[in-house]
Design a protein around this ligand. Sequence first.
Ligand SMILES: Nc1ncnc2c1ncn2[C@@H]1O[C@H](COP(=O)(O)OP(=O)(O)O)[C@@H](O)[C@H]1O
Ligand SMILES: [Mg+2]
Length: 304
Amino acid sequence: MTVTISVGSGKGGTGKTMVVANIGLLLAKTGRRVCVVDLDLGGADIHILYGLFEPQSRLTDFLNRKVERLSDIVHTLGSFGGLQIIAGSGHTLRSANMSFQEKQRLLKGLSSLDTDVLLLDVGAGTSFHALDFFMFSDIQICVTNPEPMAIMDFYNFLQLATIRQALGGFLSQSEVSKALKERNFQTLAEVFLLAEEIQPGARERIQQALASFNPLLITNMAGSNAKINKLKLRKLVAKYLGIAIPDLGEIPYDKSVQEALRAYLPVCEHSRKSPASLALAAISAKLEKVVELFDRKRENLQPS
Ligand SMILES: Nc1ncnc2c1ncn2[C@@H]1O[C@H](COP(=O)(O)OP(=O)(O)O)[C@@H](O)[C@H]1O
Ligand SMILES: [Mg+2]
């Protein structure tokens, strides 16, 4: 069965694509079948990090119905452990007005891909689409930078994702999108109020829904002058959003990331012993454990 992992963030430039490109490759090297999908509808570019400049097919071809199945636009990268990728749609996509039906078709297409790990590079931000893609997965990863402004964006992103998850605890999918369109929720407390209004016992269901939402945190471009107080952040998130954000690791600012970019290679392939590569390897090993845990949990839940 496929485990789906999405990588998102509050703002652009935090290093999501770098993280996805490297983790995808590292997981593929463990022998798993991995498919990386570039869902960053704004600045799709992950294929370039693997030196694939002119992909023969892209997500656009699926969205425009040039092909019917997502598997028709998968590229297998022989020189990267058989890693599979679906290139993003570049700047041409009318991403802002992708209809509900189009998005459902895309999500259904993703669900039908035959792979062990599906790794989604979700664009930055709190747009409806970005959040939908982010929440679609089994395991969520947030990438933030340590500066205060980035942490603020991260918090806002997490808050909206949490509100979405909370609404999903007592409303159907179409009711969730209706509620989000009609009301501008600012805090989880407002969701609780609405829940109490329309469904007795909804609070409990929300809490259950939130208990299974544990986005993993990666701090990227950590340096000596910007330190993130993770303990404080974690406490804040637990208090106001009611969720836990387990730590997946920290990646230092490292100039070899840029050098790798110029060589069109993921940094973990370009300079394996660089500080960023070592950190990415540790993160990937930790993520592997999370994936195994998830698989086991799901097996136990399967009716025998
Ligand atoms: N740890 C790092 N050290 C140095 N540069 C980095 C690091 N992580 C990312 N970068 C650089 O920052 C820029 C933004 O990264 P990218 O992965 O494209 O972010 P995002 O996908 O979140 O927009 C890129 O030029 C990338 O090479
Ligand atoms: Mg990106």
